[in-house]
Design a protein around this ligand. Structure first.
Ligand code: UT7
Length: 326
């Protein structure tokens, strides 16, 4: 069995920046409230010419370039998204075609903010068992298309962005050391989009009732998020026989700076080892961890031999963690 690791990363962000002051003009909110409750100062918003697949292709090309690979070297593409280009076919199919990744299987994965970690956990199985040599995993979201800019509880939180990682065989001790994925459907109505699916197909009524937008019971999710991310982080550390103080870098899903701070404190990881970019990008769901990862790799914050812990929590609810030696 070979060890699987990340060979290259890449990100693609829309140019347009929406600041808290911009939002103050359209909903009853304030920069002070958003900053103190979430840590967010600005987020990106895709233009109508940009799609989940177009930004994914941009991010994927960068990741492939870093890995020194061609699209034709890919055996599998997993696109984690809850904001696909369209319901059918998968966004991954468009990415495969636009990238020119011939003879390569591709599919979408819907696990919301935990999706990138679920994706690399799946990819690792394929690589370790020799079923695939190179797997491209993308976290891609254009959530602005699903955000209700009349709902102050959600429109201040979410942002757009995409990032990708190419996985392949690496020499031990590098590679994925431990990973866990979890779901609890009991909280499915705490973060959801009520209409547009089979249960409630699009109609004039669903549009009038604004049911095609994200609804979130944020306050209730907050506590579940902290507990779940702490618990799953402890579990992967334990599986790998690593203690929290041995970690070089902790990348949590960027949901809320207060969630990050609470998880970090409970785990006993010092603040300097935690990477956050939520002030610049908001919550980009499944793109948040790979964007952080790419920023850390390109800035030299993440170096060969470093131990990196990643933990996520999202709609479903889903949660998971991955421990990797870079
Ligand atoms: O991505 C993974 C899944 N998502 C999460 O894990 C989200 C976790 N939850 C959170 O990040 C936080 O709960 C939020 C940032 C969403 C909300 O913060 P909170 O401190 O939990 O606020 P709250 O929902 O308890 O609301 C407190 C007050 C309410 O007013 P009243 O009822 O006390 O008068 C809200 O109406 O703040 C009000 N409020 C706002 N005020 C100004 C809610 N949103 C805003 C806003 N601006 N944007």
């Amino acid at each position: 069995m070979v060890a699987a690791g990340i060979l290259g990363t890449g990100a693609a962000l829309p140019e347009k920046v929406i600041t808290n002051h911009d939002l103050e003009k359209i909903v009853d909110t304030s920069d002070e409230w958003i900053t103190s409750r979430t840590g967010i100062r600005e987020r990106r918003q895709a233009g109508l010419h940009q799609t989940t697949s177009s930004l994914s292709v941009e991010a994927s090309r960068k990741a492939l370039e870093m890995a020194g690979l061609a699209p034709t070297d890919l055996d599998l593409i997993i696109c984690s998204t809850i904001s696909p280009d369209m319901p059918l076919p998968s966004t991954a199919a468009y990415i495969q075609q636009k990238l020119g990744a011939r003879d390569c299987c591709s599919f979408d994965l819907a696990a919301a903010c935990s999706g990138f970690l679920f994706g690399i956990t799946v990819a690792e199985q394929f690589i370790r068992t020799g079923k695939a040599k190179h797997v491209l995993v993308i976290g891609a979201e254009i959530l602005s298309r699903y955000v209700d800019y009349k709902d102050r509880a959600t429109c201040v939180i979410f942002g757009d962005g995409v990032a990708a990682a190419v996985l392949g065989a690496v020499e031990p001790p590098s590679g994925m050391l431990a990973a866990e994925m979890h779901t609890n459907g009991a909280f499915s109505d705490h973060l959801y989009i009520p209409a547009g699916g089979v249960l409630k197909p699009a109609s004039c009524e669903t549009v009038r009732a604004r049911e095609h937008y994200i609804k979130m019971r944020g306050n209730e999710l907050f506590k579940v998020a902290v507990r779940s991310m702490e618990d799953v982080s402890r579990r992967v550390l334990e599986q790998a026989g690593v203690s929290a103080h041995q970690i070089d870098l902790f990348i949590p899903h960027q949901a809320n700076q207060r969630i990050t701070d609470a998880v970090r404190e409970r785990l006993g990881v010092c603040a300097e080892k935690v990477y956050t970019n939520i002030s610049r990008l908001g919550n980009t769901s499944s793109a948040s961890i790979p964007i952080c990862l790419d920023e850390c790799v390109r800035s030299g914050r993440l170096r060969k031999g470093n131990l990196v812990l990643m933990a996520a929590f999202g709609a479903g609810v889903t949660w998971g963690a991955v421990l990797m030696r870079w």
